[in-house]
Design a protein around this ligand. Structure first.
Ligand code: ADP
Length: 401
């Protein structure tokens, strides 16, 4: 069974075609600069490692997807689009509506639209992706996997902000959390590697990519996570600040002639590693700058590690213990120093990593704790697309078998 996974942004579509018999990626690629005269689409075929790239005007998402299908057909990836039995969409915000993946129906689209003001940058392009696929693949089974869904198990005292309760009742202002597919994927894999039922585990999952979040997963359920109403809350990220004193917003808006938009942009796009280092949002660049003696680059890395460590400590407390800590995402999978420094000093709760082994792990699955460490520490490459494809297949099978 072939499942197509679609991740639709405002000017790009990432796609992966899975063979669900063995969960292998048959082909994947990216259509980018949609809406511009010089768009680009690429296709990478796993079997023969062939790469195809075309540059063309891509006026809209429908043209982009149509061209992707044409490239797949021309290059023998599929005979025609009827071979694709299900499409799984990566969707961002489902508010409180869904705690798992769902079959796409008119109701789901309506609710996604309803939640657009909670995720104005993500939900509208997600909806566009769904509608485009409905046009191009009439009658094909489609499902949606939400970034927020996994965290719907948080208890109310973890998700309600300590502000006037009216705002929750009137506007659904609360903590939602994101990166749900990634946190659930790596937690499930850790339980598997521990040889335990996930119900019997307490796991802290650290997703450190451009966006960063951490979750406390107790018995397989998210009981807390660092992102909140939006992905701005929590640990420090590439361009986002993470937690700040909310009064800072009014202080700065006052200094900037009441320009709240400027403050919003600063916190989301010019803060985090980029804002503090003044160099880049990319950890690799910040590290090179630090190695060249740029002090603010060093400060940025120190803040990143310190804030991550504080959250790890908080989640050990929230769960009353921890069996395993797992690192994933571009930084979590590749940056040994972040892994070491964010866990430094946590020996008193039983966390001890093998420092030499840790230094050798880049982007592969590994157990990096010492033999005597009470808490196990893992590096696990995340695979959000596979979660989406698995859910699409599961929902398809429920209706078709
Ligand atoms: P996204 O959230 O966009 O999916 P990724 O998960 O790819 O992002 O993570 C991007 C981050 O991972 C960047 O900060 C990048 O510098 C970092 N990264 C990637 N490779 C390495 C590496 N070898 N060492 C340190 N950081 C890395």
């Amino acid at each position: 069974m072939k499942v197509l996974v679609i991740n639709c942004g405002s000017s790009s579509i990432k796609y992966q075609l899975f063979n669900m018999e063995n969960e292998n990626v048959i082909a994947k690629g990216l259509a980018e600069k949609i809406g511009l005269p010089e768009g680009k689409i690429d296709l990478k075929i796993t079997e023969n490692e062939k790469k195809v790239e075309v540059v063309l005007p891509i006026p809209n998402h429908a043209v982009a997807l149509d061209k992707v299908l044409e490239l797949m057909t021309e290059n023998g990836v599929i005979r025609d689009k009827s071979e694709i039995k299900a499409i799984g969409h990566r969707l961002v915000h489902a508010g409180e509506y869904y705690n798992g993946s769902v079959r796409i129906t008119d109701d789901v689209i309506m609710r996604l639209e309803e939640c657009s003001d909670l995720a104005p940058l993500h939900n509208p392009p997600n909806i566009l992706g769904v509608k485009t696929c409905l046009e191009l693949f009439p009658g094909t089974f489609m499902s949606g996997t939400f970034d927020t869904a996994f965290h719907q198990t948080m208890p109310d005292y973890a998700y309600i902000y300590p502000i006037s309760y009216d705002y929750y009742e009137n506007y659904k202002v609360r903590r939602y959390g994101f990166h749900g597919s990634s946190h659930s994927f790596v937690a499930a894999r850790v339980a598997e590697m521990l040889g335990k039922n996930i119900e019997d585990t307490k796991i802290i999952t650290c997703h450190l990519g451009n966006g960063c979040s951490i979750a406390a997963v107790d018995g397989g359920e998210s009981v807390d996570t660092s992102m909140g109403l939006t992905p701005l809350e929590g640990i420090m990220m590439g361009t986002r600040s993470g937690d700040i004193d909310p009064a800072l917003i009014f202080f700065l808006a006052d200094k900037e002639n009441g320009d709240f938009n400027a403050v919003n942009t600063m916190l989301n796009k010019n803060s985090g590693l980029k804002g503090v280092s003044g160099i880049s949002n990319d950890m690799r660049d910040v590290r090179v700058a630090r190695d060249n003696g740029i002090e603010r680059a060093e400060l940025a890395i120190n803040i990143f590690n310190y804030r991550l460590k504080k959250y790890i400590g908080a989640y050990v407390a929230a769960m009353g213990g921890v069996d395993a800590i797992v690192f994933t995402g571009g930084i979590g999978e590749n940056d040994w120093e972040v892994r070491q420094k964010s866990l430094d000093g946590l020996e008193f709760i039983g966390v001890e990593i093998d420092k030499e082994l840790n230094k050798t792990i880049f982007g592969t699955e590994a157990v990096i704790n010492t033999r005597l460490s009470k808490v196990k520490v893992f590096v696990i490459p995340t695979n959000e697309e596979l979660v989406i494809a698995r859910d699409a297949k599961k929902l398809y099978d429920l209706e078709n078998l």
